[in-house]
Design a protein around this ligand. Structure first.
Ligand SMILES: Cc1ncc(COP(=O)(O)O)c(C=O)c1O
Length: 471
């Protein structure tokens, strides 16, 4: 590294540290280039380079003719380090909110900031429709029987090929096709637990986790989860040492709702901690294709040496939302999961499986994914910018490297669940209140915002209304 590079990297690191230590708060203007060059006794060019680096990493942003400002990122949200055991039957109130938000999603007049679903116009619906029509015309009459669990061989082959391409050794016999990831996760949990058992889950967690745990009459321990690093390795280790944990359910990539992405070392440490006690891991990886980096981040499954990781995903978020086709790479649990599926929903819809197999193998799946990632990254940036502009400066938001959710942390006295009915009934706006993601109220001042939709005046107005209702 040249001397100038050394200097601007050092300055960027110094300013970043000051932001992390909250010396500079979101919205604050940092010293101008001229001022900083005087303070540091370095050239304006070196400061400019440092600021450009900080801007490219999302720490600051430039306003024309006004200077550089601290972005409203969520760098180190204080999460409870002490994990609290929770009886999941306290989740009933949560479910009611979930149904309100889901019901609101069906209303065409609603601004779907609370929706879990990506903007449907992002998907190649016409081509998928053509693939489906062709499949229905040509599929053998006995397909409904031949494609019973573990599911279509063609689709399992298409999925296995993609794992192998990612460097993960998966055979078609390891895979069970399901009706979306919700079913693959539910069946996996059923396979490794019995009613009354305790499982370790994230905090905050995707509400589908809470519902599934409740439905299967399990108990859950919420494990502290960091907005950047994902589930805390130390907290999980403490939990599995203290409780008789029968399974762990987490997302190593683009966690819902935080968007966290686990560093590789943490993925391995989680694998080791669980493997030491032979605890199966349900890895929910539904956002795996929605990464913004150049290379696809690996799941924990990539490091699984003992076959303890059940890797669950689907096409719902990346290709075909309504098709309800997902899968689990279940390895040693595959037979049991296929049998559980035969006893519950029988099988995933056969024409949908076959049409997706065709599309993934012969359609332009990768071209579609590249476009999708580009659009989602741009839309996320636009939404972050808008929130930074119109929410008060104490607001913190995450800056995920994938997916389409932002986690917004408001001042502690605000209760987003209380706001929801008014937002829905009077303003036609949905949000996902923080209370959806835990058994108690600890995230009541937070909300998850869907940023997959194209920017519009309607969304802008909805944000203004949101701010007015909150403050
Ligand atoms: C984290 C997470 N897991 C699983 C699912 C369910 O996926 P699917 O629609 O494929 O059942 C969702 C859907 O919102 C999700 O956000």
């Amino acid at each position: 590294m040249s001397l100038q590079q050394n200097r601007y990297h050092a300055l960027a690191a110094e300013v970043q540290l000051q932001i992390e230590q909250r010396i500079w708060l979101p919205g604050d203007r940092i010293p101008s280039i001229r001022k900083m060059s005087q303070i540091q006794n370095i050239s304006p060019m070196t400061v400019l380079k440092a600021y450009e680096l900080l801007e490219s990493e999302g720490w600051i942003y430039a306003k024309i003719r006004s200077g550089y400002f601290v972005a409203a990122h969520l760098n180190r949200l204080a999460v409870p380090q002490q994990s609290t055991p929770q009886m999941i039957n306290r989740a009933i109130k949560i479910n009611e909110h979930v149904f309100d938000v889901l019901k609101a999603c069906k209303r065409p007049d609603i601004v779907p900031l609370g929706s879990a679903f990506p903007d449907p116009s992002l998907f190649p619906l016409k081509q998928l429709g053509q693939a489906l029509a062709k499949t229905i015309k040509t599929m053998p009459a006995q397909s409904a029987v031949t494609e019973l669990p573990p599911g279509s061989v063609a689709l399992r082959r298409a999925i296995a090929k993609r794992y192998i391409r990612d460097g993960i050794d998966v055979s078609i016999d390891d895979i069970v096709i399901t009706s979306g990831a919700m079913e693959s996760l539910g069946l996996s949990l059923m396979a490794v637990t019995k009613p009354g058992d305790t499982v370790a889950i994230e905090s905050p967690a995707f509400y589908g986790v809470l519902q599934t745990v409740e439905r299967l009459q399990l108990k859950a321990v919420e494990v502290a989860t960091d907005p950047q690093l994902g589930m805390s390795v130390d907290a999980l280790t403490a939990v599995i040492n203290r409780h008789d944990i029968k399974a762990c359910w987490l997302m190593s990539k683009f966690q819902n709702p935080l968007g966290s992405l686990m560093p590789e070392a943490n993925k391995m440490a989680i694998r080791d901690a669980l493997a030491a006690k032979q605890i199966p891991l349900l890895e929910d990886d539904v956002y795996s294709e929605l990464y913004f980096s150049e290379n696809k981040p690996k799941p924990i499954k990539a490091y699984d040496e003992q076959g303890l990781v059940l890797h669950c995903s689907s096409f719902s978020k990346c290709l075909a939302p309504g098709f309800r086709v997902g899968w689990v790479v279940a390895g040693r649990y595959a037979k049991q999961i296929a049998q559980l599926q035969l006893m519950t929903t029988l099988s995933a819809a056969v024409p949908n499986q076959l049409a997706l197999a065709q599309f993934v193998l012969h359609g332009n799946y990768d071209i579609h994914l590249r476009r999708l990632r580009r659009l989602l990254a741009a839309r996320q940036q636009r939404m972050q910018h808008a929130i930074e502009q119109c929410f008060p400066r104490e607001t913190k938001i995450t800056r995920p490297d994938g997916g389409y959710f932002l986690w917004v942390v408001l001042p502690e006295h605000i209760n987003t669940a209380d706001l929801l009915p008014r937002l829905l009934d009077e303003h036609n706006i949905s949000i996902a209140p923080g209370t959806l993601f835990s058994c108690d109220d600890k995230y009541k001042h937070c909300m998850r915002i869907n940023c997959s939709y194209p920017w519009s005046e309607t969304i802008q107005q909805a944000l203004y209304t949101l701010v007015k209702c909150i403050y």
